[in-house]
Write a protein of this length. Structure first.
Length: 123
């Protein structure tokens, strides 16, 4: 579990610009988040911060399970509630992971699609 926790912490700190980190992930995937003031209950996080936490967890799991690449993840408009700075960080993170993993991202926002690049399919 320790490599998973370390990767999750790294990704969460990256997306949130160091504001949040993890203290622990237990075997049932209960997550303890900490900010600069100490523990922050997950149910008190803003929608954008919660989405940042879940994105960091998904990518941590993806890397943990498929450590040599080859896995994939489907993300459904998970950047909607992020502020502009976190959205930029999340887009960079998604594009970094897209080098080793297949990322399928659905969005109704043309700007988000443009930011992510890749193969855009309009329906």
């Amino acid at each position: 579990m320790e490599p998973l926790v370390q990767e999750f912490t790294r990704l969460l700190e990256t997306i949130t610009h160091g504001k949040y980190k993890t203290g622990e992930i237990d075997e049932d995937f209960n997550i303890r988040i900490e900010d600069l003031n100490g523990e922050m209950p997950v149910d008190l996080l803003s929608a954008g911060t919660y989405d940042s936490v879940t994105l960091a967890l998904r990518f941590s799991l993806l890397k943990h399970i498929f450590n040599n690449g080859g896995g994939y993840v489907v993300l459904d408009d998970c950047l909607v509630d992020l502020d502009p700075k976190r959205k930029d960080q999340a887009v960079r993170l998604i594009n970094d992971f897209a080098e080793d993993f297949q990322i399928i991202f659905t969005t109704c926002d043309p700007e988000t699609a443009k930011m992510l690049g890749g193969n855009i399919i309009e329906l």
